[in-house]
Design a protein around this ligand. Structure first.
Ligand code: AMP
Length: 398
């Protein structure tokens, strides 16, 4: 085998993202996305090294996940990639307390992922659909589940416990689980390399800022606290999610006549950057409008950055020492104004932005954006597909 390839699948309720990833380098040979599953305009599009963008409209019906996987199979055959393909890696959002590492999928694993659907009703059932389609397409390849929650299973009880009756934890599993685990894992490992330290002695605060956003305290290479909670709505303000909120607000809205579904939609889909700016959930649009004097966008930007800085500050408590804070995700990797404001908010801890370096570390370019001799801030592009591919590769070697 020349270069082992892993098919990475991220199956959502109405979508399927995929990438054929070189497992040893993390480079994607082909990547694509199927969207609008269940609707008449369901389609799948992809592009890759030497492959121009292509799109196929799926036939109407209720098996769009399977159709999409079948098209991926034909693509692999057409590009003669089949002999290099050695495993399929599945991103799975919720592994509950059951999965603390990547796991080879068998019937009992599928059952367990399904049984965790009450904790991730929008995600886990769709993952199972994608897993089944992939098993029928690639019955001879190892299928490996990589969980968003797994990296955070090392959190101590004081970090994952909510201050509520423990009966609720025992009966319903209500606790902090945390998400974005593969990203926090990846950038904390990359940070260790840049710091020339072993992961087991590296202490960083990783800051994943994208449409979804979370912060993680990584102590000696392990997650010891993170801002997302029982679900991914908790913690930071996000593109359309509200983040931390007084828990009596949903109840208050319910008393005003709102239904639970309306409240869910409001707090998950109409809040965050979108809700505060009343303009857009997209950080680029927010920064541009703020620069042009849009008051809502200015408030959204300030609030977003202030909240991130407050979380970073609180995680100083979780770590004995901090080697670096690490920015990643679409916003963390690219947005100068957001990183600038966060660094300004952290001045009390000695953080000082290197303006020139901050300008350079963008569009996939990593870098140190703090001044020499001040506490370190790094930008490290994330690569969750690489983590999934390398985890899946491990099972081909057993
Ligand atoms: P993600 O969910 O990681 O893909 O990140 C999406 C977010 O990253 C959106 O809010 C984008 O506006 C933001 N983003 C992407 N590129 C840039 C950029 N060049 N400058 C500012 N924000 C960006």
């Amino acid at each position: 085998m020349s270069k082992p390839l892993v098919l990475v699948l991220n199956s959502g309720s109405s979508s399927l993202k995929f990438a054929l990833v070189e497992a040893q380098t993390g480079d994607a040979v082909v990547s694509g996305i199927g969207e609008c599953f269940g609707l008449d305009n369901a389609c799948i599009a992809w592009k890759g090294e030497g492959i121009d963008k292509q799109e196929v409209i799926l036939q109407s019906g209720d098996n769009h996940h399977q159709q999409a996987v079948d098209i991926i199979v034909s693509l692999i055959e057409k590009e003669h990639l089949g002999s290099d393909l050695c495993a399929v890696g599945h991103r799975v959002v919720h592994g509950g307390e059951h999965f603390s590492q990547a796991t080879l999928i068998d019937d009992s694993v599928i059952e367990k992922i399904e049984s965790l659907s009450s904790l991730a009703p929008l995600h886990n059932p769709s993952h199972v659909v994608g897993i089944r389609a992939a098993i029928s397409a690639f019955p001879h390849l190892p299928q490996v589940a990589v969980f968003d929650t797994a990296f955070h299973q090392t959190m101590p009880a004081k970090a994952y416990t909510y201050a509520i009756s423990q009966k609720l934890y025992r009966d319903f599993g209500i606790r902090r689980y945390g998400f974005h685990g593969t990203s926090h894992y990846f950038v904390s490992r990359e940070a260790a390399k840049q710091l020339d330290k072993v992961p087991e002695q590296t202490n960083v605060i990783t800051v994943h800022l994208g449409n979804g956003a979370s912060v993680c305290a990584v102590k000696n290479g392990k997650s010891v606290d993170t801002s997302m909670g029982f679900t991914p709505i908790a913690g930071l303000m996000m593109g359309t999610r509200c983040g931390d909120l007084d828990p009596s607000i949903p109840e208050f809205l319910q008393k005003q006549g709102w239904t639970p579904e309306q409240i869910h939609k409001e707090l998950n889909g109409n809040s965050g950057l979108l809700g505060v700016s009343e303009l857009t959930s997209d950080c680029r649009g927010i920064c541009e409008a703020a620069g042009e004097g849009h008051k809502g966008a200015q408030l959204a930007l300030e609030l977003f950055s202030y909240r991130v800085a407050k979380y970073i500050a609180s995680y100083m408590v979780a770590l004995d020492e901090v080697d670096a804070i690490v920015f990643t995700g679409g916003i963390g990797e690219n947005s100068l104004p957001v990183r600038h404001l966060i660094m300004m908010n952290l001045r009390v801890f000695g953080y000082r932005e290197d303006v020139e370096a901050n300008e350079k570390a963008r569009f996939g370019q990593p870098g140190m954006i703090s001044q020499q001799g001040t506490p370190m801030a790094l930008v490290i592009p994330t690569n969750e597909e690489f983590v999934i591919a390398s985890e899946a590769l491990r099972f081909t070697m057993q």
